[in-house]
Design a binder for this molecule. Structure first.
Ligand code: SAM
Ligand code: SF4
Length: 338
């Protein structure tokens, strides 16, 4: 039997990286634009934005998504920048939700436009939404996000819940000196409502001078702070994500801890990221990226693109070393998608 030519060997159907991790989750960033300027994510003056032709078109995103699903992706999250600022997003969600094989379609948003779009998102087939919110105090919200819109976010959370995007998950990045004194108040939101609150460790991505080890609060410390109000009990996560889930004994909602720094989940990492400018990013903290946009615009076939996804997946690093060496990456969080 003759050996197949180099590079044309039949690739396995399912996306598996070099460390035998099966990849089934893709985060798709649809834009680098945002209607907020959160201090930990973006500089006040914003960033150099991609021009429209530097951003993958929806048809291109859908093509990649379909091939990724053929490679075993079952979970997709739409993110940004702020995904709800991109025109035509509802149609895109609707097309994505009709791809057979996506069992879990979710969206991460800052919530500003959620009141406007919650119904449309539900009608387009979305069932889950995560809202990023770091404080319940209006003055602090303005300080953190450089915008005066806490009320809009709260209205958005209410609208999402009312439209059936349940349970709404609130993501809070805990930062010492900025909002860590509010973790008990956030946890309390889960007592009477079927909300999930997830505390996320502050990561050294974004403005170089903003992150510091002193401001970073490890999840163990956040949990201890929450438990000053009442002991938590383990909860079933109901998903395979990295959050470790708890609840108050009689709480309706759940409380999660996401610990990319203190207890990184690299060994079970199952995700790929697609940036708005068409780069496949295999690790949040690694600047190794595979360009998909150029080959797509140069007429790559589906088979070749499928192979590129496989080869890209193989370049996923074993893990990151952020706990020991919080070096910065080339991109801001808004340019990756979180
Ligand atoms: N604009 C949307 C939003 O804020 O939800 C989606 C994109 S945003 C980049 C995704 C997530 O990244 C948000 O939950 C945000 O809080 C989080 N994030 C941004 N910078 C971060 C940092 N330095 N450390 C931890 N989380 C961060
Ligand atoms: Fe925008 Fe989200 Fe970054 Fe805040 S965290 S600036 S809302 S992309």
């Amino acid at each position: 039997m003759t050996k197949p030519a180099r590079g044309t060997e039949k690739l396995p159907d399912k996306l598996v990286d070099s460390f035998d991790r099966r990849i089934n989750y893709m985060r798709i960033s649809v834009t680098d634009r945002c209607n907020l300027r959160c201090r930990y994510c973006m500089p006040q003056q914003g960033l150099d934005l991609l021009s429209p032709d530097q951003v993958l078109h929806y048809e291109e995103l859908l093509r990649i998504a379909r091939l990724a699903v053929a490679g075993g992706i079952t979970k997709v999250r739409i993110t940004g920048g702020e995904p709800l600022v991109r025109k035509g997003l509802l149609e895109f969600v609707s097309s994505l939700s009709r791809i057979e094989g996506i069992h879990d379609l979710a969206l991460t948003t800052n919530g500003l436009l959620l009141e406007k779009y919650a119904r449309g998102l539900y009608e387009a087939g979305l069932r889950r939404v995560n809202v990023s919110l770091d404080t319940l105090k209006a003055d602090r919200y303005a300080r953190i996000t450089r915008s005066d819109s806490l009320e809009k976010v709260m209205a958005g959370i209410g609208a999402a819940r009312d439209e059936g995007l349940n349970p709404v998950k609130i993501n809070m990045v805990v930062i010492r000196g900025l909002n860590h004194d509010e973790v008990v108040d956030f946890a309390a939101l889960t007592r009477d409502e079927k909300l999930h609150v997830r505390f996320i460790e502050f990561m050294p991505l974004g403005e170089d001078e903003f992150w510091s080890r002193e401001m970073y609060v490890p999840s163990d410390e956040v949990k201890a702070l929450v438990e000053k109000s009442q002991k938590l009990v383990p909860a079933k996560s109901g998903g395979s994500g990295p959050a470790v889930m708890y609840r108050f004994p009689k709480g309706k909602g759940q409380i999660g801890f996401i610990s990319p720094i203190s207890n990184h989940f690299c060994r079970s990492c199952d995700r790929l990221r697609l940036t708005a400018d068409g780069k496949l990013r295999t690790c949040l903290f690694s600047d190794t990226e595979i360009d998909l946009m150029t080959p797509i615009r140069n007429g790559i076939t589906d088979e070749e693109l499928f192979n590129l996804l496989h080869h890209g997946t193989k370049s996923k690093p074993r893990g990151h070393n952020m706990h020991a060496d919080p070096g910065n990456t080339d991109r801001y969080m808004s340019q990756i998608g979180g």
